[in-house]
Design a protein around this ligand. Structure first.
Ligand SMILES: [Fe+2]
Ligand SMILES: [Fe+2]
Length: 269
């Protein structure tokens, strides 16, 4: 189906900034991460079993073929894209986003290989998260759940990096953190596409619902991974504060003014 760029039902829609994001992901793919794979992995199965178990879970979480996301993206574009060109660019953008996540999974997997730990195939938390995403193909729910988990990821990888236990792990985490900052901005813009169209009471209800779900997620993440956070010097109080500070910061981006086509040139740079 050919979309008309002047379709009146879509003319008020914010732009998806598909070219901006496609350029970003293409350029980021060319960035060579400064990871020295000749380094030795300093964590050991005998001394760091609980942290390694935690890394195994996150490694599994970073591996996905992205099939559900691609389907959700196609449905999303049917409603929000204003042209075939925008749809094509956005779909490629999402494919590159999936590739970056797979890169995180592969790098953590290589680290586990060096440590002599398995790349696990099952984790309860990961299965629950995948189930939620497969049950809800709606792009907003998908993006919101990823926003919550990626916010956790920012705190998690920063804690591992700052633990100072292993140079190689720090380099892997630094590379992931560079990517994740943009992933979060990408999710915020997409959630904002839905959020910006709602009435004030509906926005309040949306934010309240997401805060409720986020409380559950951060509680589960602390229970499952507190050893890793503590390695980075985070107490439960530090973790809880950082979790909300980051989430509310991201939510301000969701609530920010939508980017319209007239802003497009300005935002392409
Ligand atoms: Fe990731
Ligand atoms: Fe990510």
């Amino acid at each position: 189906m050919t979309k008309n760029a002047n379709d009146s039902s879509k003319s008020a829609s914010p732009t998806l900034r598909s070219h901006y994001w496609l350029n970003h992901f293409r350029k980021n793919l060319e960035r060579s991460p400064s990871i020295d794979w000749d380094r030795k992995a300093a964590l050991t199965l005998s001394d760091d079993a609980r942290v390694i178990r935690s890394i195994q879970s996150w490694q599994l979480g970073e591996t996905s073929d992205g099939a559900h996301l691609l389907q959700a993206t196609r449905d999303f574009l049917d409603h929000y894209s204003q042209s075939d060109d925008e749809s094509k660019s956005y779909l490629e953008t999402v494919q590159l986003f999936i590739r970056e996540e797979q890169k995180h999974g592969e790098n953590l997997g290589r680290y586990l290989d060096k440590v002599g730990a398995d790349r696990i195939k099952f984790d309860l938390g990961d299965s629950a998260f995948r189930l939620v995403r497969s049950l809800f193909t709606n792009m907003e729910i998908w993006s919101a759940s990823v926003l919550m988990v990626e916010t956790m990821a920012q705190i998690y990888y920063k804690a591992l990096r700052d633990s100072g236990r292993c140079e190689l792990l720090s380099e892997i985490c630094t590379d992931i953190l560079i990517d994740e900052a943009f992933h979060l901005k990408f999710q915020c813009e997409r959630i904002g596409t839905y959020y910006g169209k709602r009435s004030i009471p509906a926005r309040f209800a949306t934010k309240t619902l997401y805060q409720f779900l986020y409380t559950g997620i951060i509680s589960a993440v602390w229970i499952g991974h507190h050893h890793a956070f503590q390695q980075g010097g985070l107490s439960f109080k530090d973790f809880w504060r950082a979790s909300w500070r980051k989430f509310l910061g991201h939510w301000r981006q969701v609530e920010g003014p939508p980017v319209h086509a007239s802003d497009f040139q300005r935002n392409e740079g």
